[in-house]
Design a protein around this ligand. Structure first.
Ligand code: TGC
Ligand code: FAD
Length: 389
């Protein structure tokens, strides 16, 4: 029986609606994700049948208004949904993050009314899968150097270039892709899978996020109709604003992975006996559990407060970076310590810890690496950018 840690009675800070939403997603994860996820990860296969179910439970675009198919919920609800999904697996949270924050959000925030009506309801229901193309083979942390480009051809743009490490690209119906125009200004475009010259080969052989599908986007003279340009944004701040939303979701999501590891470790420590006693009775194991619970509690408080600030439209990108960085590190450390508590059993697929640990190695890298988020905080403190130039 799952016993989620709530050491500081943080549940009291949520509304009844928040808790109903949280519990509904928790039940769905127990029913639909937990029983199949180890097998999916072992077989390096994204459980694509869950896409429709994610749409049904409202995990796609929870904060998008109902008139576009979203649930019209607040940012705290979004966070709680992400926590529960990532308790199942980071791959499931990733699918929901990309669809919500990186595809639906830019269409909602920067798109035309026609674009919103055409794409958002189908993305919300899971009828269409979306992907977000920013990273390139030679431009990861520095997306401003991107080479993917568009040329104005009168009634359409000609799109050339490539994107790498793109979650869901091989199964995507729709992609939000960032490219430079002839003046070097970053623009956002909506591409569709049937466009000639667009391919999305799968990236195989990952040791992390094995239950997620990752691939490339290759654009070879793709004709993109002019009405597919996102009209209300230009410049690198466009994709970076999407990242704020996704990074925020990760700051909450990884708490779920950490809680799952902690819960597994506590139960195991109480049951497993060595030297005639439960290993939970040894001080060294108690130290690990006590530190993990302290770290989870701090992360919960940080996420909760960030949610309140976002609900009031006051959260800064630097605050989001701090929370993403802190909470992912917390979750990774929790997974590593919890795995040790299980001894050899810690590496077995019969328990979720090793899978979470491997996943979190991607989570600490994508949406801005651990180092980049530290530099964002350093920049915020000093006003001096240490990124390059
Ligand atoms: P810089 O000159 O600092 O900024 C360019 C313009 O953007 C503005 N800006 C932001 N705006 C909104 N939100 C933010 N977080 C922003 N950060 C910067 C900035 O004010 C400026 O605006 P303006 O009006 O003056 O033009 O840009 P830079 O080239 O120096 O780079 C800064 C840096 C390193 C922080 C940034 O590029 C960065 O965050 N790099 C990390 C890249 C990254 O996170 N990639 C993620 C790819 S997507 C992904 O990983 C999805 S995983 C999906 C899954 O969950 O499965
Ligand atoms: P690099 O930028 O090459 O960095 C390598 C190392 O150098 C890192 O440790 C980094 O911190 C360090 N470094 C770089 N610059 C500096 C600096 N100025 N100072 C100090 N250290 C520095 N991208 C998308 O666009 N869409 C997606 O859907 C998506 N999904 C992903 C899914 C997975 C499973 C993974 C692993 C990645 C995904 N990404 C996606 C890409 C991800 O965002 C990038 O991997 C990430 O931004 C880092 O880029 P990079 O891998 O090129 O590393």
């Amino acid at each position: 029986m799952y016993n989620p840690p709530d050491y500081f009675q943080i549940d009291e800070l949520f509304t009844e609606e928040h808790l109903i939403i949280r519990d509904a997603v928790r039940n769905w994860v127990n029913k639909s994700v937990k029983p199949i996820i180890d097998n999916a990860a072992q077989n390096h296969k994204f459980p694509i049948h869950l896409i429709k179910e994610l749409g049904e439970i409202g995990a796609f675009g929870p904060y998008i208004p109902e008139k576009y198919g979203g649930a019209g919920l607040d940012q705290t609800s979004y966070g709680l949904i992400m926590t529960e999904l990532e308790r199942g697996d980071s791959a499931i949270r990733s699918a929901a993050s990309v669809q919500s924050s990186l595809v639906m959000y830019p269409i909602f925030a920067f798109g035309s009314e026609e674009q919103k009506q055409k794409y958002l309801p189908k993305l919300a229901s899971g009828e269409w899968v979306g992907a977000f193309g920013l990273t390139e083979p030679n431009h990861g942390s520095d997306p401003g150097g991107m080479l993917t480009n568009i040329k104005d051809k009168g009634d359409h743009y000609l799109l050339n270039g490539s994107k790498m490490w793109i979650t869901n690209s091989p199964i995507a119906d729709v992609g939000v892709v960032w490219a430079k125009d002839e003046n070097g200004i970053v623009k956002g475009l909506i591409v569709e899978k049937q466009m000639a010259g667009l391919s999305a080969p799968e990236t195989k052989n990952k040791w992390s996020l094995r239950a997620s599908i990752t691939g490339e986007f290759v654009f070879d003279n793709v004709k993109v109709p002019k009405e597919n340009l996102l009209p209300n944004i230009k410049g690198l701040k466009g994709p970076l604003m999407c990242l704020n939303s996704a990074r925020y979701g990760i700051a909450w999501g990884v708490i779920g992975a950490a809680m799952d590891c902690y819960d597994t470790a506590v139960n195991y420590a109480l049951e497993r006996k060595q030297f005639g006693k439960p290993i939970a009775s040894f001080q060294l194991q108690q130290k690990k559990l006590a530190e993990i619970l302290t770290d989870i509690t701090k992360a919960q408080l940080m996420a909760w407060r960030l949610g309140v600030l976002r609900n009031e439209n006051r959260a800064t990108p630097a605050q989001i970076s701090m929370a993403k960085r802190n909470n992912v590190e917390m979750a990774l450390k929790t997974a590593r310590e919890s795995r040790q508590i299980l001894g050899a059993m810690g590496i077995s697929g019969d328990f979720p810890i090793m899978r979470h640990m491997m996943n979190l190695e991607s989570v600490i890298t994508y949406e801005g690496t651990h180092d980049i988020h530290l530099l964002i905080t350093g920049f915020d403190i000093t006003g001096i950018s240490a990124f390059g130039e």
